[in-house]
Design a protein around this ligand. Structure first.
Ligand SMILES: Cc1cc2nc3c(=O)[nH]c(=O)nc-3n(C[C@H](O)[C@H](O)[C@H](O)COP(=O)(O)OP(=O)(O)OC[C@H]3O[C@@H](n4cnc5c(N)ncnc54)[C@H](O)[C@@H]3O)c2cc1C
Length: 322
């Protein structure tokens, strides 16, 4: 783990909300870092065409638009890091928020939560029961616990592939459960399948995570077209299936106010109930899940942060009527 880094603004999530906020805070000369789990798995990243974002051609893909947003923020000075946040501490006495990732610890004056709403409710039998006891959504956080063990990775998206590849450094066998066809054009998928300790289970569905008092002991799976379910003995189960729930699992339970559907509650300035902690985009779980809305939230939060950090009474826009 690298040494602690100090920033003015730390943004968790590099989707349109996070990138827009970073663009504005960087332009306001605030030292800004974006910590992004994976630029290919957020809601915009997986959108095939983005026909309704003002000013862009209807042929533009979500990934292309996101790349442009990220590049623009970086050009203005944002430090973009690909890493998954697994914990946040908002209780330190000096008011700084501490953000934990497998690649280092970040201390920040203002913290922005922008992780979207692609989280999954624990829906496989046993998934919720063994979450944190062998079930994980983060190989880069938990992979090192499985040296010489057998694990399962379930899912075919880019995140599943990268995380399974990461696990090849530690686990004895990675059972890769793929219900749909993985993208065989992708070089990382090919690299993964060439690894000697990866066993792919094609057309196979995860049915149940099995365990006992000590945690996960195996999984039950079912191959398409076959009657019988099979059991695989594993110590770890890494699940990468998309969902539609605000991603807040890295926050201490009860720390930030949420509504009954799990959306983070903010004021007009995008600040949560915790001073200096802001939430923007789909993580708010409003009915208005659109790229333009996420970008707008990012802009509002950035201007609020600038005012809040500089102790100003009014907002400063970066244009002036003459
Ligand atoms: C299939 C689909 C089609 C859509 N089509 C349209 C459309 O045509 N037009 C439109 O306007 N909107 C569309 N939307 C909605 C739009 O994509 C979202 O409203 C928008 O992307 C939300 O932006 P966001 O930044 O809040 O979240 P996201 O775009 O989801 O980005 C969240 C980011 O947070 C990162 N992250 C998550 N967890 C962590 C963690 N623990 N640590 C670090 N980083 C983390 C993710 O890797 C991701 O990069 C669509 C959504 C979907 C799912």
């Amino acid at each position: 783990m690298s040494a602690d880094e100090e920033t003015d603004v730390c943004i968790i999530g590099g989707g349109p909300a996070g990138c827009t906020c970073a663009l504005y805070t960087s332009r306001a000369n605030l030292k800004t870092v974006v910590l992004d789990k994976n630029p290919f798995v957020g809601a915009l990243a997986i959108t095939s065409h983005i026909a309704n974002y003002p000013g862009v051609d209807k042929s533009m893909t979500g990934t292309e638009l996101l790349d442009m947003m990220r590049d623009q923020a970086i050009q203005y000075g944002t430090d973009y890091k690909k890493t998954q946040v697994f914990m946040v501490d908002t209780t330190s006495e000096d008011g700084r928020k501490i953000v934990y990732t497998p690649d280092g610890i970040f201390k920040t004056k203002a913290l922005v939560l922008a992780t979207g709403a692609m989280g999954r409710p624990a829906s496989f039998k046993g998934e919720g029961e063994y979450l944190g006891k062998g079930v994980s959504y983060c190989a880069t956080c938990d992979g090192a616990f499985y040296v010489g063990e057998e694990v399962v990775v379930s899912g075919v998206n880019g995140e599943a592939v990268e995380e399974a590849l990461y696990l090849t450094k530690f686990a004895k066998v990675i059972h890769w459960i793929t219900n749909s066809e993985p993208n065989m054009e992708d070089h990382l998928t090919k690299t993964l399948l060439d690894e000697p300790n990866v066993k792919q289970w094609p057309k196979t569905k995860l049915i149940e995570v099995l365990g006992d008092g000590g945690g996960v002991t195996g999984v039950r799976v079912k191959k398409r077209g076959e009657e019988e379910e099979e059991e695989i003995k594993v110590e770890g189960c890494f699940i990468y299936e998309a969902g539609s729930k605000p991603i807040t699992d890295f926050l201490t339970s009860g720390a930030v106010d949420k509504d009954e559907d799990g959306g983070i509650v903010v004021g007009d300035d995008m600040m949560t109930n915790i001073e200096g902690v802001f939430a923007i985009g789909d993580i708010r779980n409003t009915p208005f899940k659109q790229v333009v809305v996420a970008a707008s939230d990012g802009c509002i939060a950035a201007m609020s942060i600038d005012k809040w950090l500089k102790g100003r009474k009014s907002y400063k826009v970066d244009w002036v009527h003459k």
